[in-house]
Write a protein that binds this ligand. Structure first.
Ligand SMILES: [Zn+2]
Length: 77
């Protein structure tokens, strides 16, 4: 069975010319976070605000856990 084969070698120059317009496009979907003002991707949560929210939530969960553990210790004694 025969396969389609290029008739001649594509020179380095021709390959470079073809690739010249295939580069990455600049991103234009950046906006400023309405909460903290840092740049973020549109329709995505801001990394700065997310870290703040997750940190405070984890801290609160830890506090609740500690309090419930203390209450259990108090009941045992
Ligand atoms: Zn933010």
């Amino acid at each position: 069975m025969l396969h389609a084969v290029p008739k001649s070698k594509i020179s380095h120059s021709r390959k470079a010319m073809r690739s010249a317009n295939k580069g990455l496009k600049d991103r234009v979907d950046f906006v400023h976070c309405p909460a903290c003002g840092k740049p973020k991707l549109a329709h995505h949560i801001c990394a700065h605000c997310y870290s703040f929210i997750s940190r405070t939530q984890k801290q609160e969960a830890r506090l609740e856990q500690n309090q419930s553990a203390k209450q259990e210790q108090g009941q045992q004694e």
